[in-house]
Design a binder for this molecule. Sequence first.
Ligand code: UDP
Ligand code: MG
Length: 311
Amino acid sequence: MSMDLSVVVPVFNEEDSLAELVRQISVVCEEQKISFEIIFVDDGSTDGSFALLEELHQKDKRIRVIQFRRNFGKAEALSAGFSVVRGDRVLTLDADLQDDPAEIPFLIRVLDEGLDLVSGWKKTRKDPLSKRIPSKIWNFMTSVMTGIKLHDFNCGIKMYRREVVESVHIYGELHRYIPALVSWEGFSVGEMPVNHRPRLFGRSKYGASRFFKGFLDLITIMFLSRYTRRPLHLFGMWGLVFGSIGAVITVTLMVLRIIKTIYLSNRPLLFIGVLFILLGMQFFSIGLLGEMITRSHSKNRNYSIRRFLGE
Ligand code: UDP
Ligand code: MG
C-alpha cells in the first residue's frame, strides 16, 4: 500500500515542542486524508527528547525514531531520515514549531502541479533582526552565484518527490544548499511563501558563524558542481595565468638586471607578491582537494545510529 507522505524532522534538544508538533501534523494530515509517517532523527539530544520520542512511538506506530550516538548536525540527520522514507512525497520540517504543518496540503498541491522540490519561503520571518539581515545577504549571494532564483534557500520546510531525496547527497552543512544541489541534478525546483512562527521553546542551534561557514560551503558546492570531474580546467588555467605572469616578471627583471644593471635587491615587493600568490594558491587548492576527498568518502554514511524504533 502506498503512503502519501513521509515527514522527516531533525531534532536536537527540542523536548518541549515535540508532542505539539506531532499533534499539529496529525491534525492536518487526518483532516486532508493524507496517509503519513513521521521520522524523527534525534541528533544526539542531551535533554529528554529521545525518551519522549520513544513514548510517542509506543503510542503511535506511524512515528519512527532514529537516534544518533552523538550530535552529527542537521545535514546528517536529514540524510539519515531520507534513507528510510516510505512515502511518495517527503516533507522536511524543523522540530521547533517555527514551521507550520498547516502548509502541508498547499505544498503538496504545488508539488503535484509538476515540481520535484517545493521550498518554503519565510516571507515574513519571525526571527531577530541579527539573523534576518545576514540571511537576506546570504540568500542574495547564493542566488546570484548558483543562478537559482529562490528567496530562501535554507528554509526548514520543504516538500520533495521521493526520487529527489534518494539522489541528493548532503553532509556537513550542505543542507543549506539543497535547492542548488537538487537543481544541478536536473530536478525542477520552485518555492512557495509559508507561514513562519517565533521559536517558543529551547534555543536556536546556529549562531553568526553559520554565515561564514555558509560562504565556504558555497565555494565548495560551486566547485564540486562544476569541476569535480575536471579539476585541471580550474587549477590548470589559474596555474597557467599565474605561471606566465610570474615568468614575465622574473624574465623582465632578469633582462633589466643584465642590460640596465638594476639590482634585484632593490625590489623587495617582488618577494612578498610572489610569496602571497603562492601561499594563497596552495591553501586554496589544498582546501578544495580536501573537499573532493571528503565528497568521495562520504558516499558512505558519515553518521552513526544507536537505535532505530519502527525500522
Ligand atoms: N538541528 C539538528 N542538529 C543540529 C542543529 C539543529 O538536528 O546540530 C535541528 C533543530 O533541532 C531544528 C532544526 O535543526 O529542528 C533547525 O535548527 P534551529 O531551529 O536551531 O535553526 P534556526 O531556526 O535558528 O535557523
Ligand atoms: Mg528554528
